[in-house]
Design a protein around this ligand. Structure first.
Ligand code: DX5
Length: 235
């Protein structure tokens, strides 16, 4: 990523989580998401230890890969992800997100993702201070601020994370680096504006998008419009 152009706002990316999708028809779900105009697709990888839930691994992602041309990101909610990084990259994930809380040697892990040819990103749970990413901003293309406690879809957006999003946006601004700021958890038409106003530019939506009464395309458009309005309100 190049240096940040302070005048040009970052792109606003709508990235669905496939957690609410029918796992028996994941390929079709991803093709439908591409049709709906999403920018990337996120796979929530959970190991039952770092978070109290278990989902899927690299083989499932590899099986889905041929069904869509949309870039994949793997959100690794797993303890000590180092030994699995290459498997997720080889499965077709162009972005790999690791949790600062799960990596003993975060600096080394992020460098390893870059060396594998993927885009490194770091995630912070709601309680985790942003200081944990202050010394690795030069290694990442994105910081993910969780707006729920990770492990499940359909949870309530934690609005008190908005000052934290604003603080990360400021940290990115002062670094002069072109780093994206992603939010994940409880993102829908009623919450995306607040997250955008706070400084997020990449938005993960699962249950709100899949449950949209107008369907996926209408849902993506509504989210994109609401995010743009929120970003415009930043002035
Ligand atoms: C939490 C998951 C969820 C998911 C999005 O561990 O990461 O945040 O991606 O779920 P919704 O949009 O249903 O909150």
């Amino acid at each position: 990523m190049g240096t940040l152009d302070q005048l040009t706002p970052p792109p606003l990316l709508i990235v669905p989580s496939v957690l609410p999708a029918d796992f028996a028809r994941l390929g079709e779900a991803c093709a439908a998401l591409e049709e709906a105009g999403v920018d990337r697709i996120q796979f929530d990888v959970m190991d039952g230890r770092f978070v109290p839930n278990l989902t899927f691994g690299p083989d499932i992602i590899a099986a889905v890969r041929p069904h869509t041309g949309v870039p994949f990101e793997a959100h690794l909610m797993i303890e000590q992800p180092d030994h699995l990084l290459e498997r997720f990259v080889n499965a077709g994930c162009s972005t790999v997100i690791v949790h600062a809380e799960a990596c003993v040697h975060l600096h080394r892990t992020l460098g390893a993702i870059r060396d594998l040819g993927a885009s490194p990103a770091v995630a912070l749970n709601p309680h985790t201070p942003i200081d944990l990413v202050a010394h690795v901003l030069d290694l990442v293309d994105m910081v993910l601020v969780m707006t729920v406690n990770p492990g499940f879809g359909g949870q309530k957006y934690i609005a008190t994370m908005e000052p934290k999003v604003a603080a990360v946006r400021e940290l990115i601004g002062s670094s002069g680096r072109n780093v994206h700021l992603e939010v994940d958890g409880g993102i829908g038409a009623g919450t995306i504006g607040g997250a955008a106003r706070a400084g997020a530019n990449v938005f993960i939506s699962g249950s709100a998008l899949f449950a949209h009464p107008g369907g996926l395309k209408a849902g993506v458009e509504e989210l994109r419009d609401a995010a743009a309005k929120g970003w415009a309100d930043r002035g």
